[in-house]
Design a protein around this ligand. Structure first.
Ligand code: C2E
Ligand code: CA
Ligand code: CA
Length: 538
């Protein structure tokens, strides 16, 4: 024995445990006598198996006792092999070599399969295991659920990487317990986990909220939220890696959405995300290539049916996707921060149009442009607007700014500040989308407004909703008392026009009068209006 292996000898069980705990990583195997003083062999096996650093060391039990119940007891406590005395040293050598080899192979396989931090399957192994399950099972028999931790980077930055690591271990443990024997879990990215489970038709928001809350309970100060993405009925035609990507994409689609914890992957989502990607990739070129067009939609006096001004609305003439309406790209630009560049571009184009009309001797009409919330936070906003209006010699009084009501809800102080400055510089302020869910009547007295634009939601379905009509009438009379002119948006029918008139609404904008139109068309339109019914200005 001594020729092949380095051996350490102990007189009794207690001494054996001391040697073991002093050299935990260095020992390949233990040959254990069952009958020993102080601490017998059974106790040593039990103690070893309870100690996480010693539990993997193989134990070969040796004893003169030939009774099979001793063998059974030792094996059931976790011994790996059993040799009865008297024994031949050649047999022992082989059995020892086999046992050590087996254990080392297992450790190696483990290290290949398992994620070193969390101890659950690593990405490669999870994916191959999932792939096998999908391939060998019936079609659509499995679902894959992936999760992502919101703001995980922040946890690392604020609480340290050790806390981040502990959290990941905790999640791995939680998954193992919750998924149990039902499925297989793995860690497929720094803070991303995946599980493959038998297919279920429905998942409830409550269960995912429950998982997220359970993990948040680990350390409530971290305010952990998990997003889950569910890919139902995994098919072998799509690789497990792609399925996980898609489930994570679904999880990502609810990023920052309060109260939402999970989303299903489906083709609509895929299409929407691809379009989103395309839009974000092509937005910078779009400015250079002048793909953004300005449309104008006139605003009318209800009493005289004359044009009183117009709103500039942006369109995107995309080389591949055709004309895209702002509803499809403005929210993306707002998220990416590009919106301030676009708005600046739109303002400049509008001012350049206005200055040309001025030179052509057209009657000056106020044009309003839209402002985003991000513009309100731009420290150069007032400078930009004054510089631009000077550059094109357009009086600020003709350049109206439409500000949406939601900006007030986000940060009323900042908005009041900025709006007051803009108004002092002579820019008339229009409150856009008034009454669109965020209504605060406070805002009307706190903000120095010039015009109120009623959200089209008031006018739409107005006949069916008596309460809406009542609110509308209250708003109109309040605005009148405050000396605030009101423009009703989205007027499409003469019925709507009539009832607005009856309630004393002075101005309107909508398809009933004119749709948004390209600049050249708008020019002809106002020329015609000048020659015909004429225009007036608010
Ligand atoms: P908004 O400011 O409320 O603009 C009015 C929207 O209602 C426009 O949609 C207009 O085409 C539409 N509309 C006008 N009359 C009617 C009608 O009678 N019926 C119906 N169903 N719709 C009508 P559009 O042009 O698609 O613009 C959508 C939104 O995009 C705008 O809503 C505005 O919030 C934003 N937006 C447009 N251009 C710009 C811009 O240059 N900058 C920024 N920041 N936002 C813009
Ligand atoms: Ca507007
Ligand atoms: Ca509006």
């Amino acid at each position: 024995m001594e020729d092949d292996y380095e051996t350490l000898q102990a007189q009794d069980g207690r001494q054996a445990m001391d040697i073991l705990t002093q050299n935990p990583g260095a020992l390949s195997a233990v040959m254990l006598d069952l009958l020993m003083p102080v601490m017998d062999g059974y106790e040593v096996i039990t103690a070893m198996r309870e100690d996480s650093t010693l539990s993997a060391i193989p134990v070969i039990v040796t004893t003169a006792n030939t009774a099979s119940d001793a063998e059974v007891k030792a094996l059931s406590l976790g011994a790996n092999d059993f040799i009865t005395k008297p024994y031949q040293s050649a047999v022992i050598r082989h059995r020892l070599a086999n046992t050590i080899n087996l254990r080392e192979t297992a450790a190696f396989v483990n290290s290949v399969e398992k994620d070193t931090l969390t101890g659950i399957y690593n990405k490669e192994f999870f994916l191959s295991k999932a792939q096998n399950l999908i391939k060998n099972g019936e079609a659509g028999q499995y679902d894959i659920i992936c999760s992502d931790i919101e703001r995980f980077k922040l946890v690392n930055e604020l609480f340290g990487e050790d806390t981040g690591d502990d959290l990941l271990k905790y999640i791995a443990q939680y998954y193992t317990v919750v998924i149990g024997k039902e499925g297989v879990c793995g860690r497929i990215g720094s803070d991303k986990f995946a599980c493959i489970l038998p297919h279920r038709e429905d998942y409830t928001p409550e269960e995912f909220e429950g998982y997220s809350d359970a993990i948040d309970a680990y350390l409530p100060a971290l305010r952990i939220k998990l997003r889950f993405g569910v890919y139902k009925r995994a098919e072998s035609s799509v690789s497990a890696a792609t399925i996980c990507d898609r489930a994570l994409t679904a999880a990502n689609s609810i990023r920052g959405k309060y109260g939402e914890h999970f989303a299903y992957y489906d083709e609509n989502l895929d299409r929407a995300l691809k379009t989103e990607q395309l839009i974000l990739e092509s937005m910078n070129d779009a400015v250079v290539n002048e793909e953004f067009l300005i449309y104008y939609q006139p605003k009318y006096s209800l009493e005289t049916r004359r044009i009183i001004g117009a709103e500039a609305l942006v369109r995107w003439q995309h080389p591949k996707n055709g004309l895209i309406s702002p509803g499809d790209f403005i929210p993306l630009f707002e998220k990416s921060g590009f919106i301030t560049d676009l708005d600046r571009y739109v303002w400049e184009r509008v001012l350049s149009d206005m200055s040309r009309w001025q030179l052509e001797g057209k009657r000056p009409l106020p044009i309003s442009v839209n402002m985003s919330r991000a513009d309100i936070y731009d420290p150069f906003l007032t400078a930009t607007l004054t510089d631009l209006t000077k550059k094109y010699s357009v009086p600020p009084s003709l350049f109206h700014l439409e500000i949406t009501e939601s900006a007030y809800m986000q940060d009323s102080f900042q908005l009041i500040q900025v709006v007051s400055e803009l108004k002092a510089l002579g820019f008339p302020i229009e409150m856009d989308d008034f009454g669109n869910g965020y209504s605060s009547l406070n805002m009307l007295s706190e903000l120095p407004l010039n015009i109120l634009k009623l959200d089209s939601g008031f006018i739409r379905n107005q006949t069916a909703d008596a309460k809406k009509e009542q609110i509308l009438s209250v708003i109109l009379s309040l605005a009148e008392k405050m000396g605030l002119p009101v423009v009703a948006e989205g007027v499409e029918t003469t019925f709507q026009e009539e009832s607005l008139k009856k309630m004393g609404c002075p101005y309107a904008q909508g398809y009933l009068y004119a749709k948004p139109m390209p600049g050249e068309e708008f020019e002809r339109f106002i020329d015609g209006a000048r020659g015909g019914e004429g225009s007036e200005v608010i």
